[in-house]
Design a protein around this ligand. Structure first.
Ligand code: HPA
Length: 249
């Protein structure tokens, strides 16, 4: 993933609170200037590659998307030496090819979140910083995931525009129509500010999205937790296969 010996960070989302196959070395409680991360970092080894795993919503899953301390999470990973982060995200599918259990490695995003602490550059500053964010996902890291998905023969899409919504409620059908007109292929609640905070820390960042439901209005039924759980059950083995294949690259 990094072509160096730097540890890889994996931020697990809904359906991925632990990572099987990880040889666990230990757990680290990390304090940051921004408070506490969602959970202790789990340090482990996956095929000889040092990995830090972090459960985005805590373990057990208890922190909703709008209350995740994204700054503490990214800071803790960076302070542990991580320079490449894979964010695993459960998402809703908007694009007609991106139905439940499909895996997507998006190339762009649109941020619809509001009121989240989304920068490290605030408070007493020497100068104002505007980072470039033209390409929110690191292309080289995306290519590693794409090759991993091909090698594992997991069906996937190697492109997609991720629309990040505030949640925790799901969207209305009209909101999804608007997002589709905007060019969104996927909808999720945790892609931002995670991506921009990684960029501010000059880390590589890539998203591995698992579609867990058709977005609101994209099927003939309303969205149920049972449907979401079934798609997680069906799709998570592919996510894990891709992670297992790619972190050691
Ligand atoms: N909308 C927003 N976030 C999501 C969805 C959705 O339909 N599914 C999983 N995360």
């Amino acid at each position: 993933m990094t072509h160096t010996t730097a540890p890889v960070g994996i931020i697990g989302g809904t359906g991925l609170t632990t990572l099987s196959g990880l040889k666990i070395i230990g757990e680290r409680d990390v304090e940051t200037p921004w408070g506490q991360p969602s959970a202790p970092l789990v340090e482990g080894e996956l095929d000889g590659q040092q990995v830090f795993f972090l459960a985005r919503h805590g373990n057990p899953h208890r922190i909703p998307p709008h209350q995740v301390n994204y700054r503490a999470n990214l800071w803790a990973l960076h302070a542990s030496g991580v320079r490449t982060v894979v964010g695993v995200n459960a998402v809703g599918g908007i694009h007609s090819d991106m139905g439940p259990a499909h895996i997507v490695i998006p190339h762009q995003l649109i941020d619809y979140t509001w009121g989240r602490a989304s920068t490290f550059f605030e408070g007493e500053l020497d100068h104002v910083t505007h980072i470039d964010f033209t390409f929110p996902y690191t292309e080289a890291a995306r290519e590693v995931l794409i090759r991993g998905a091909q090698a594992e023969q997991v069906p996937f899409s190697g492109f997609g525009v991720y629309g990040a919504t505030q949640g925790p409620r799901l969207e209305t059908a009209a909101e999804i129509s608007r997002m589709e007109r905007d060019g969104c292929d996927l909808v999720g609640m945790t892609g931002m500010p995670e991506a921009v905070l990684a960029a501010e820390l000059e880390m590589n960042y890539v998203c591995l999205g698992l579609v867990v439901n058709w977005a609101a209005g994209k099927s003939d039924h309303i969205i149920t937790m049972a449907e979401i759980d079934a798609a997680i059950e069906q799709g998570m083995s592919g996510v894990k296969a891709i992670l297992g294949r790619t972190v050691r690259e």
